[in-house]
Design a protein around this ligand. Structure first.
Ligand code: G6P
Length: 614
């Protein structure tokens, strides 16, 4: 959730840290702070609000020095105030700490610290870490030791970074559980630390990932990583292929806009090397499941959160229909506490853009505890979900997604699930190579079709003008386009704060129909498929009550055009692939309405990109 950046090397640390935080602001953005060491002087600056407020503050209260840390906060404990912004100091002013995660036993620790005579300057759980570390530092005189002892007292998932004024030129960091990643970037004579790769991509593409229960010590020339028992870890270095340009906004006004328009590229990249049109084969070598295992599968449990959960619902249609395996879909947050019954013939599939969502990770751990294999569909390279999946990870290769509202990752997830469904179908003999070839042909045409939808944007300007003051919206779809309706509603409410509901169109008559009046925009996904006629009747029902129908239809559909107030056409494709195409107009609609309403598209209020708390 929160963003963490640290630097040690020859450069001005303030520039590196604040620049990096700018790249992470999508993770949390209610306040920000930095601590920069100038020799033994620890300069602390914090501001409420977005990072720009901190930058403004720094112009009148500059910091200097070549070692420092910074943090953007997404409040969990304590309101949005300067006192609650990170970094937090220990009682003696020896060190400062930033944290991402939650200290679950913080009340107990706080009680003990108060008994020892400590007073608290903030309401945060992080201050507990700072005070504990400070006490241990006073005892041991070592930053690593202080962190090490403190970690033993914490419960929960935490990513922690600290510096001390007595040890300028040194950063210590630790990761406990799944509170979010920590990546270490290796430069020439300089080292970087961050909660996500885009923060440091301007400087290096050579990355190490810190695992659960590991502590790192960084100086400008060296990094040492140890496990909690002191064993040195020989960490592999991963070279990240993303270039800094792909993590920047370029000519686009918003990241979300850029990411919507990147979809033809992202949907091409996900297919690269994975489809063999000639032989009608799907190559997913990254999955460590052999044909026999796929053949014996009795059930797939898909777990995900937010937009990824919508992708999971659509994937259920794909996998059940093509590979004839039963699929159950659950929210990570529900699954983990339900004591789910997973049989030996079950495979857990987790879907997550960030690979960090704590509820999804907990579901994976539950599967592991029950000896159930898991595979994951993930965008962020090297993230925890990728590493937890013992059956392998299907990477989206969509590139960094910065806009908080997920767009290109969502459609890439759909294509990933389609590939998985086809691979399973081939192994289980539910599709012959010729049939697989037809599906591959449809898949390779998808990026071009998405590109065609993106060429027509005038209609969204018009719709945004017409509906900018709407207070409610209803999204209707059926079967695999019902989750598309859910996703369309989520996109609109996330970024424009218009209350929106997604509904299966057949259920409209059991409640939502009461909402319809001449002001209510009703977005109907009415593709030419097996239940087209049923959807047509639902459109009639909306019109009969005066609702404003915006219909997403298959190119050339005149019947719905005659009924609807607005029609948006998408190219024809196979029915199970229509969700990919039908989603694009809904993303654009949400985007244009949000822009027209003057909303903060990339950083909607109260939300965060990676949700590493429960
Ligand atoms: C947050 C984001 C959503 C995302 C969800 C799951 O709520 O704002 O856009 O869909 O987390 O994230 P994941 O990284 O697991 O896909």
């Amino acid at each position: 959730m929160c963003g963490i950046v640290g630097y040690v090397g020859p450069r001005e640390a303030t520039d590196v840290v604040v620049g990096g935080l700018g790249r992470l602001e999508y993770r949390g953005y209610d306040s920000a702070g930095i601590a920069i060491l100038d020799g033994a002087e620890l300069q602390l600056r914090r501001s409420v609000g977005k990072l720009v407020n901190l930058s403004t503050h720094l112009r009148s209260h500059p910091t200097k020095g070549t070692c420092g840390i910074g943090h953007t906060r997404w409040a969990t404990h304590g309101g949005v105030t300067e006192e609650n912004a990170h970094p937090h100091r220990d009682a003696r002013g020896d060190l400062v700490v930033i944290q991402n995660g939650i200290v679950e036993n913080y009340l107990e620790l706080k009680g003990r610290l108060i008994e020892r005579g400590h007073t608290f300057q903030s309401q945060t759980d992080t201050e507990v870490i700072a005070l504990l570390m400070g006490d241990y530092y006073a005892e041991t005189g070592s930053l690593e030791q202080a962190l090490h002892h403190t970690l033993r007292e914490l419960r929960g998932g935490n990513a922690i970074v600290a510096v001390s004024r007595h040890e300028p030129g040194k950063l210590v960091a630790a990761r406990l559980g799944n509170a979010g990643g920590i990546v270490i970037g290796l430069g020439e004579g300089e080292l970087f630390i961050a909660s996500d790769i885009p923060a440091i991509l301007d400087y290096t593409q050579r990355i190490m990932f810190l695992e659960d229960c590991e502590i790192a010590t960084l100086t400008s020339s060296d990094v040492q990583i140890r496990q909690l028992d002191g064993t040195l870890v020989d960490k592999p270095i991963t070279t990240i292929q993303w270039d800094p340009v792909s993590a920047a906004k370029g000519d686009y006004k918003h990241f979300m806009q850029k990411e919507i328009f990147e979809q033809p590229r992202a949907l091409t990249d996900i297919l690269r090397g994975r489809v063999d049109l000639e032989h009608g084969a799907i190559l997913l070598d990254e999955l460590h499941l052999d044909d026999d295992e796929m053949w014996r599968l009795g059930r797939i449990y898909t777990v995900a959160c937010g937009t990824a959960w919508h992708a999971a619902l659509i994937g259920k249609y794909m996998i059940e229909s093509l590979a004839q395996v039963r699929v159950d879909v659950d929210y990570g947050s529900e699954f983990r506490y339900r004591k789910p019954l997973l049989g030996k013939d079950t495979l857990l599939l987790s879907i997550t853009q960030s690979g960090e969502t704590v509820d999804t990770l907990a579901a994976m751990e539950e599967a592991r505890n029950q000896d159930v294999r898991s595979i994951s569909i993930v965008n962020a390279i090297g993230s925890q979900a990728a590493r937890l999946a013992d059956g392998g990870t299907l990477y989206l290769h969509a590139g960094p997604e910065i806009g908080v509202a997920s767009t290109k990752a969502f459609t890439s997830m759909l294509v990933a699930e389609y590939l998985l469904a086809l691979r399973l179908a081939a192994a289980r003999g539910t599709l012959k190579p010729d049939q697989v070839r037809e599906h591959i042909q449809a898949l390779v045409e998808i990026p071009g079709k998405v590109g065609r939808i993106l060429e027509q944007t005038d209609i969204y300007e018009e719709l945004a003008t017409r509906f900018q003051h709407a207070t409610n919206a209803l999204f209707l779809g059926r079967q695999m386009n019902y989750p598309v309706a859910l996703e369309g509603a989520l996109k609109l409410k996330e970024i424009s704060y218009v209350h929106a509901e997604g509904y299966p169109a057949g259920e409209m008559k059991h409640g939502p129909i009461a909402l319809i009046d001449k002001e209510l925009p009703v977005i109907c996904i009415a593709m030419r498929d097996a239940i087209y006629e049923k959807m047509l009747s639902n459109v009639e029902q909306v019109k009969a009550r005066g609702g404003q129908v915006i219909a997403i239809v298959t190119e050339g559909d005149e019947r719905i055009r005659a009924l609807a107030d607005y029609t948006i056409e998408v190219p024809a494709t196979l029915p199970l692939l229509t969700p990919v195409l039908a989603t694009i107009p809904l993303q654009l609609l949400a985007y244009y309405v949000a822009v027209r309403r003057g909303a903060d598209v990339d950083q909607p209020r109260n939300l965060a990109k990676s949700v590493t708390v429960e």
